[in-house]
Design a protein around this ligand. Structure first.
Ligand SMILES: NC(=O)c1ccc[n+]([C@@H]2O[C@H](COP(=O)([O-])OP(=O)(O)OC[C@H]3O[C@@H](n4cnc5c(N)ncnc54)[C@H](OP(=O)(O)O)[C@@H]3O)[C@@H](O)[C@H]2O)c1
Length: 203
């Protein structure tokens, strides 16, 4: 997922560093697919970015941010695409979460890093459709977060990536946005159908 988002950021003229614990495994991909990007450790990457993207599995989110380092995350916008998917198998196509309906992963992370500006986004669509997807009409990216300025900046990126944004409010709304990933995955697990996205219709 991080690799596809990185290509999207490059395509739209952003500078990109991709964080990993093992740069050697990404060298070949980077040279072929994302020549303009740099590779770095999680802490180098967090220090580099004005905007940081959290794209690791939910169970690794806290340790990835620890490796990134609180000092490097202070005052930064963090686009949080992670989902709190448990290690258990899906049940009839329905993923299991390790969080509850009354506390999302993003709220937990925001509480640990109060000086970072978390914005939930890109969590409920597959990586192949994140950047300028070829739908007939613009799909809707549901976002939330406590900082209005951060959400504005993320909305500009979402615009560039060919989506419309629906701002659902503060961090608590991640309790509703994170489970959209469950819904998005059901046709995939049940029918191997992954080419869809959500759209909010309004009168
Ligand atoms: N794939 C999608 O289409 C998609 C769509 C929407 C949302 N998401 C969400 O995006 C997140 C990433 O998805 P993905 O499919 O890209 O998963 P993935 O391939 O498992 O994620 C790989 C990333 O996770 C890091 N990582 C794994 N274990 C770690 C640990 N113990 N500590 C620190 N970092 C660790 C890896 O770092 P190293 O390079 O160091 O190994 C790498 O950066 C998930 O939360 C997923 O729910 C995915």
């Amino acid at each position: 997922m991080a690799q596809d988002l990185a290509k999207g950021f490059l395509k739209h003229g952003h500078e990109v560093t991709i964080g990993t614990r093992d740069q050697s495994k990404l060298e070949e991909w980077k040279n072929k697919e994302a020549a303009g990007a740099k590779l770095g450790s999680f802490s180098e990457t967090a220090a580099f970015g004005k905007i940081v993207v959290l794209a690791v599995k939910g169970t690794a989110a806290k340790s990835a941010l620890e490796l990134a380092g609180a000092e490097n995350l202070k005052g930064k916008i963090i686009i949080d695409a992670a989902n709190p998917i448990a290690d258990a198998q899906p049940e009839n196509g329905v993923l299991k979460f390790f969080t509850t309906m009354n506390e999302s992963l993003m709220e937990q992370l925001q509480n640990i890093y109060p000086e970072a500006y978390f914005v939930k986004a890109f969590n409920s669509v597959g990586n192949a459709l994140m950047v300028n997807p070829p739908f007939k009409s613009k799909p809707t990216m549901f976002i939330c977060g406590n900082n209005e300025g951060a959400k504005k900046e993320v909305t500009q990126i979402i615009d560039q990536f060919g989506w419309e944004t629906a701002d659902m409010g503060g961090a608590e709304a991640a309790r509703a946005i994170e489970p959209l990933c469950m819904l998005w995955c059901i046709p995939g697990f049940r029918e191997n159908s992954w080419a869809h996205a959500f759209k909010l219709l309004k009168l």
